[in-house]
Design a protein around this ligand. Structure first.
Ligand SMILES: Cc1cc2nc3c(=O)[nH]c(=O)nc-3n(C[C@H](O)[C@H](O)[C@H](O)COP(=O)(O)OP(=O)(O)OC[C@H]3O[C@@H](n4cnc5c(N)ncnc54)[C@H](O)[C@@H]3O)c2cc1C
Length: 478
């Protein structure tokens, strides 16, 4: 896909001044941005795809305003791009030509915490970190956690069904949302903000919106399930001969720590060498070269978390499963170990032009899939470097493939990897979403019948195709 600008042919003929007048009536001057210099920063997210400056940025302050705005845009067939913190990595929040952005930035704040029901209710525009901090002040926590927590919003994490490092323990966003309010394209409000844990009265409609990337409705509020706050964790880095040993280690860790196993993150040697040796991004916490590296985190109930991990290491070392390891003995050492894994967010300048794949396969097949990907990429001369890092327990690898920056290289590398994903029955996106970057590859993960069902739902809920045109479904235009 051309990353220099999205050019969708959407209603260039709209009468902008009449539209602006009608929008101002709903929002008041504080709620509307129309100057191109103000609107420009809402054009793109963090995917690298360049959006076009939106016609206007709508900043509603509540559900009623969202409903009135969507009803108006639906009547006039104006494409609306819902937007949270613009941290998305698939271009879902990038605005195509001739559309308006609906930003949730004024719909922010936690409205209730119920410690007995262990729930938190928040507006969609609330940053994830604000929710986590509010929960922690009550001795509770919200389990969804991602690197972009400071800017990513609750609405954005719901719309993308965000994953992150705690999926192993608590599942993806859809497993952590109890209630939801969303506005449909015609302005009708679907509101289910009760805290009912058991509710089998028909379809679970909130799940329709979770992961729908702003194409079926605008999420306005949510009731989130909280967990007991974990006061202490222990963390170790293990070096192993290969991914098969990592799987053996995962199985042993599940047996030993059960639900206390809170993170199990993997780094392949290509990634390790790049961030620790080829660049000065992080200092190598271990000497020597190994076939695989794991970060293992457990929740600690008493005082002996480090000893538990030491004993675990000793047992695996004896069994020939691990070759070396280091245990974090302080908060500073924990941060240093996590930095090795999180350095994936800083490789852009050193690695040069690259595609950041977000592939999901069965956890038991992840190592073999990655070996197959390495082989497949040797057949693509434009692929000049590979880094692999990911969530081992979830079967999710972030595969970064460097190339010469040409469109041909991108096309050939994408085809090679996504063909392989199809052959392995995997997912072309495990957690970042389809957005505007991967729309044409959805058929590599989903059957024609599944795609047809998704399209039928889209046509039913948004018959004029105004919600996030061009996202998820490549061909939709209002
Ligand atoms: C450093 C970094 C680390 C990241 N780590 C992870 C990770 O570990 N796991 C992971 O899953 N993702 C990760 N991401 C991706 C990103 O943070 C998530 O996709 C996040 O959920 C997006 O939230 P947002 O508020 O920024 O949404 P935006 O980027 O603004 O929007 C994302 C999508 O959601 C839609 N949307 C936003 N708000 C609403 C709403 N209220 N109603 C309906 N649709 C809406 C948009 O139209 C768009 O399609 C990371 C991103 C960065 C930059």
């Amino acid at each position: 896909m051309d990353r220099t600008g999205i050019q969708l042919d959407i209603r260039d003929d709209i009468e902008q001044s009449a539209l602006i007048e009608a929008l101002t009536e709903i929002l008041g001057p504080k709620g509307l941005l129309t100057a191109p210099e103000d609107c420009a920063r809402y054009a793109s997210d963090q995917s690298g795809l360049c959006g076009v400056t939106p016609l206007a940025v709508l900043r509603p302050a509540g559900t009623d305003e969202v409903a009135a705005l969507l009803a108006l845009c639906n009547e006039r067939r104006i494409g609306v791009v819902p937007q949270g913190g613009r941290t998305g990595l698939s271009g879902g929040a990038c605005s195509p030509q001739g559309t308006v952005v609906l930003s949730t930035e004024r719909m922010s704040g936690v409205t209730e915490i119920d410690p007995d029901a262990m729930t938190l209710t928040a507006w969609a525009g609330t940053p994830l970190e604000t929710v986590q901090e509010a929960a922690r002040a009550e001795g509770l926590d919200y389990a969804v956690d991602i690197g972009a927590r400071g800017s990513a919003t609750i609405g954005g994490t719901i719309a993308t069904n965000a994953g992150g490092i705690r999926v192993l323990q608590h599942g993806m966003t859809r497993a952590n949302v109890l209630g939801l309010e969303a506005v449909l394209a015609d302005g009708s409000v679907i509101s289910r903000l009760g805290k009912t844990v058991k509710d089998n009265a028909g379809f679970d409609l909130k799940q329709v919106f979770i992961g729908s990337e702003g194409t079926l409705g605008v999420v306005t509020r949510a009731v989130l399930e909280l967990r007991r706050q974990v006061v202490r964790t222990a963390l170790a880095l293990f070096a192993l001969p290969d991914h098969a040993a990592a799987l053996a280690c995962l199985s042993a860790a599940r047996q030993r720590f059960g639900a206390r196993l809170s993170a199990f993150e993997g780094m392949w040697p290509d990634y390790w060498d790049f961030v620790c040796h080829e660049t000065s991004l992080v200092a190598a916490p271990l000497e020597g070269r190994h076939g695989f590296y794991l970060l293992i985190e457990i929740e600690v109930d008493g005082q002996h978390g480090e000893t538990e991990l030491e004993d675990f290491f000793a047992e695996l070392f004896e069994g020939g499963i691990v070759e070396d390891g280091v245990l974090a003995k302080s908060l500073g050492e924990m941060r240093a170990l996590w930095q090795v894994r999180e350095a994936v967010g800083q490789v852009d300048d050193d690695f040069g032009p690259h595609i950041n794949f977000d592939i999901g396969v069965s956890p038991s097949a992840l190592g073999l899939f990655c070996e197959a990907a390495d082989v497949r990429l040797t057949e693509v001369p434009e692929a000049i470097g590979v880094l692999k890092v990911g969530h081992v327990g979830d079967g999710n690898v972030h595969l970064l493939v460097a190339h010469d920056g040409s469109n041909t290289a991108e096309a050939r590398i994408e085809a090679a990897i996504y063909d392989l994903v199809r052959e392995w029955g995997g997912a072309v996106t495990a957690e970042h979403g389809i957005g505007r970057i991967k729309g044409r590859w959805i058929g590599h993960s989903r059957s024609p019948a599944e795609v047809a069902m998704m399209q039928a739902m889209k046509s039913q809920l948004d018959p004029n195709g105004i919600l996030n045109p061009g996202a998820l479904f490549v061909e939709t235009k209002p």
